[in-house]
Design a protein around this ligand. Structure first.
Ligand SMILES: [Zn+2]
Ligand SMILES: [Zn+2]
Length: 333
């Protein structure tokens, strides 16, 4: 009898174990804050949103962490040192324990704002470990494979069998981007057969280098639109090389979500849907997803609705809009 009870308890705990990679695309209104929660319970946050505003973005991140039952963020990855990415770091670290901050090294910018952000970021790290990573390094979240593919302007080498990207032909380079965007730390997050790309605010020329002529990244299921869906990023070759089924656009009402980028993503072969954190004012009626797929519709009085994704090891995944609870499952291929 006692054995039977023990067996029952162990069965129940197996059933209760989390089986999905959960991703929360948090609304920081034209910045980035993306929380990944592994089936192991370990977590990684990419970027911390904006500073100020009574810790609005840090509080939104903590609200998402609570939903995911995350009491400590194991890794906070800072893609680059702009205010909409690193800005919320100190306010966040004051409110929830952070195991380790990971970045690509300091900003290349020397403005007063860059110095102020660097100071704040140093204070944010006071109680946490800190590590600088390079392309090819992994971020050791238990249960996931997370590879750094670009950092500080460098990138991983192309694998020997890397396919050529046909859409590279005729695509012109942009003028050199000397900002910290071009130094963004980018990752590919993999859980079983499921893959997601997050390249921070990487810009045009560096995107081209990643996939032209050889595709160093392979394909993914989900593409977090680079640089909020701004037209200085999301070059056609990177989108078609990654060949996502779903794009998630971390735009604000008046930042990112630009028609030129939206059209490139929409036209990508194999794309099933674009989901957006915000309705894009610039997109108007032509280049926005249907309302159902948009987490925040109004420009004023933003409610901070997020998009949630739950991925399975077989590559299938479900996306949910927290505003209207609309949910769509993408079966394994
Ligand atoms: Zn940004
Ligand atoms: Zn930036």
């Amino acid at each position: 009898m006692r054995c039977a009870i023990l067996l029952l308890i162990s069965c129940l705990s197996v059933f209760a174990a989390k089986k999905t990679l959960d991703v929360y695309f948090i609304d920081v209104e034209g910045g980035q804050a993306t929380l990944f929660v592994s089936p192991s319970g370990q977590s990684m946050l990419v970027d911390t949103g904006w500073p100020g505003m009574n810790a609005r973005d840090a509080l939104r991140i903590i609200a998402a962490a609570k939903k995911a039952d995350v009491k400590k963020i194991d890794y906070v990855v800072i893609s680059h040192h702009h205010a909409d990415h690193v800005g919320g770091a100190k306010q966040l670290a004051e409110r929830i324990p952070v195991g380790m901050f990971i970045d690509k090294g300091p900003s290349v910018e020397t403005t007063a704002q860059a110095k102020e952000l660097a100071q704040m970021y140093e204070e944010a790290r006071a109680k946490s470990q800190h590590r600088v990573v390079k392309p090819g390094d992994t971020i050791p979240v238990k249960g996931l494979d997370i590879k750094v593919v670009t950092a500080d302007g460098q990138m991983i080498a192309a694998p020997a069998n890397a396919p050529q990207t046909p859409s590279c032909a005729g695509v012109q380079k942009d003028k050199e981007d000397l900002s910290d965007n071009a130094r963004s730390l980018g990752v590919i997050v993999q859980y079983g057969k499921f893959k997601l790309a997050d390249l921070g605010d990487l810009t045009w020329n560096k995107e081209l280098e990643l996939v032209c002529p050889a595709n160093r990244l392979g394909t993914v299921d989900v593409y977090l639109t680079t640089h909020h869906g701004l037209a200085a990023s999301n070059t056609p070759p990177i989108v078609t090389a990654l060949k996502p089924r779903v794009a998630i656009m971390n735009n604000g009402a008046r930042k990112g979500g630009m028609p030129a980028a939206w059209k490139i993503i929409k036209a990508s072969p194999g794309l099933e849907d674009i989901w957006q954190i915000h309705f894009s004012v610039a997109g108007g009626t032509e280049t926005n997803a249907p309302d159902t797929f948009i987490a925040n519709l109004e420009e004023q009085n933003d409610q901070g609705h997020y998009i949630h994704l739950a991925a399975n090891q077989d590559g299938s995944f479900t996306v949910t809009n927290s505003r209207n609870k609309y949910t769509k499952t993408y079966p394994a291929k």
